[in-house]
Design a protein around this ligand. Structure first.
Ligand SMILES: [Zn+2]
Ligand SMILES: [Zn+2]
Length: 430
C-alpha cells in the first residue's frame, strides 16, 4: 500500500483513486457533511432531525441499515463539536409487523456504543398507510385510462396487501410511494423541521436513472428538493414545509462499506443483516457469487448493481455525474396538481396526451373500429375516472387486478390518531 496523500502515514485503502490512512478517510467522509449540518434549522439550540429508515422487499435491506448507521455515526460525531446547541435525533423505522423485532436490539446496542442520550426511536407499521380496508379503492389502468371504485378486497396485513401487486418492479415503486408519503405525514404530525434521508450517492443515482426509464422523470426534482411540502386539509396554513437533505449524497456505496469496516460499526447491524453484510463483503473480494438473480431482480436492483460495478471498477465519477445532473432538474412551471396515486405534482391530462401519441387498437384493412366501441364495452372501465400521472399510468398497468390504494386526500388532523395507532414501540427516554 502506498502512503496517504494527506499525511504520509501508511494508507489502508484507496478511494476515488486516492490512497487514504484511516483517520484521513474518516475525516474526508465526515467533512462532506459539513455543508448540510451548517444549513440545518436550529431552533432553540436544538437541532431536531428525523432520520427515516425504510426497507425494500429484496434481500438488500442491509443497505438501508448500513447507510443509516453511517449517517448516525456522523451526526453523533458532529453533535460533539456543536457549540451551544445539540442534536436530537429521531429514527423512524418503517416496517411490516413481521420485521420489527430486530430493531429493538439494534437500539440497545446503539445506546451502549455511543452513550448518546438524545436519540429516540419510532417503529411504524406500514399497515397505517392502508388504515382500514374501507378507505381502499381498486385502481384499474386500461387503454391509458385509470378508473377507481371501492375495493372489494380485504387485506389482513401489510404483507398481504403489498404481495397482491403482481409485478415486482411495480410493487417496489408502490412501496417507495408509501414510504415517501408516510414519512411526510409523520414529519408533519410530529412537527419535524428537518428530515435527513440516508441514501448514498449510488442509491440516488439509481433512483434518478430508474425514474427516467419508467417515465417518472418529473419525480426526480421533487425527491431531491431541499424544501418539501405537504398539503393539509384542516390547517389554516394549508401547507406544511420542512427541510429535506441527503447528507450522504456525496458518499459512494463502497465508501459506506469502508467507513463501517474501519470503525467496526458492523456490531450495530442486527444479526440477519450482519450475515448479508458478510456475503456482500466476500463478494467484494471475489470469493462469492453475486447475490442478485438477474431473472427475478427488479429494475432498481439491476441499475443499482450497474452503479456498484462502475464504482468498483474505478468509474465512480459517472455515478456522481448522474447525481449532479439529476440535482439540476427543476419542477416544471405552470399549473400542477397532485397525482392521487404517487402524490407527486404533475401536469394533468396524461391520458389524453398518451392517446395523442399512441395507437391502442390494431388497425385492420377496410374496417376501422368505431372510436368509442372499445371503451364503452369494456367492463374494466367501470368506476370513476381518475386523472393520474404519466409514470403511474405506465407502471400500474401491470399492478394486477387486486391493486388497491387509499386515494389521497389532503392530510387532516385525524391522521394523527390513525398513525399513532400503528406506532409499535415508543421508547422515549424523556
Ligand atoms: Zn492520512
Ligand atoms: Zn403518479
Amino acid at each position: 500500500m502506498p502512503t496517504c496523500q494527506r499525511c504520509e502515514e501508511p494508507a489502508v485503502l484507496t478511494s476515488r483513486k486516492q490512497p487514504f490512512c484511516k483517520d484521513c478517510f474518516i475525516k474526508f467522509i465526515r467533512g462532506k457533511q459539513r455543508k448540510v449540518v451548517q444549513s440545518l434549522n436550529i431552533k432553540d439550540k436544538i437541532v431536531d432531525v428525523l432520520v427515516p429508515i425504510s426497507f425494500d422487499l429484496s434481500n438488500t435491506s442491509y443497505v438501508s441499515f448500513n447507510n443509516a448507521i453511517v449517517l448516525l455515526d456522523i451526526l453523533i460525531n458532529f453533535s460533539k463539536s456543536l457549540y451551544k446547541s445539540y442534536f436530537k435525533i429521531t429514527m423512524l423505522f418503517l416496517v411490516t409487523a413481521e420485521s420489527s423485532a430486530n430493531i429493538k436490539s439494534f437500539y440497545t446496542t446503539l445506546k451502549e456504543r455511543y452513550q448518546f442520550t438524545n436519540i429516540d426511536i419510532k417503529i411504524l407499521d406500514l399497515m397505517a398507510f392502508i388504515r382500514n380496508n374501507e378507505s381502499l379503492y381498486n385502481i384499474n389502468v386500461h387503454n391509458n385510462r385509470a378508473t377507481s371504485f371501492p375495493s372489494v378486497h380485504k387485506f389482513e396485513s401489510f404483507e398481504d396487501y403489498i404481495s397482491s401487486i403482481t409485478n415486482t418492479s411495480t410493487r417496489e415503486d408502490l412501496l417507495f410511494n408509501i414510504h415517501w408519503t408516510v414519512i411526510k405525514i409523520f414529519a408533519y404530525l410530529h412537527n419535524f423541521p428537518t428530515v435527513l434521508y440516508s441514501n448514498s450517492m449510488g442509491n440516488i443515482a439509481t433512483k434518478i436513472l430508474s425514474n427516467i426509464v419508467k417515465g417518472k422523470g418529473i419525480e426526480i426534482s421533487q425527491i431531491l428538493e431541499e424544501s418539501q411540502t405537504l398539503e393539509i386539509a384542516d390547517d389554516e396554513k394549508k401547507q406544511f414545509s420542512f427541510q429535506a437533505f441527503y447528507p450522504l449524497k456525496d458518499v459512494l456505496n463502497t465508501e459506506i462499506f469502508q467507513y463501517i469496516k474501519l470503525l467496526n460499526l458492523t456490531d450495530l447491524l442486527p444479526s440477519d443483516l450482519q450475515r448479508q453484510y458478510e456475503i456482500i463483503n466476500d463478494e467484494e473480494t471475489g470469493s462469492n457469487n453475486k447475490i442478485l438473480n438477474v431473472k427475478t431482480a427488479t429494475l432498481n436492483q439491476l441499475i443499482n448493481e450497474y452503479f456498484n460495478d462502475l464504482e468498483k471498477n474505478g468509474y465512480s465519477t459517472i455515478v456522481s455525474t448522474v447525481v449532479s445532473t439529476g440535482s439540476k432538474l427543476a419542477i416544471p412551471k405552470g399549473e400542477l396538481k397532485e397525482c392521487p396515486l404517487c402524490g407527486f405534482k404533475m401536469p394533468g391530462g396524461a391520458s389524453k396526451w398518451l392517446d395523442h401519441i399512441t395507437v391502442n387498437s390494431p388497425c385492420e384493412d377496410g374496417e376501422s373500429p368505431s372510436p368509442s366501441s372499445s371503451e364503452n364495452h369494456n367492463p374494466q372501465l367501470s368506476g370513476n375516472p381518475l386523472d393520474i400521472c404519466y409514470g403511474c399510468l405506465v407502471s400500474f398497468d401491470t399492478a394486477g387486478e387486486k391493486f388497491s390504494w387509499p386515494i389521497a386526500e389532503p392530510v387532516s388532523m385525524s391522521e394523527k390518531e390513525i398513525l399513532n395507532e400503528y406506532i409499535i414501540s415508543d421508547d422515549d427516554d424523556e
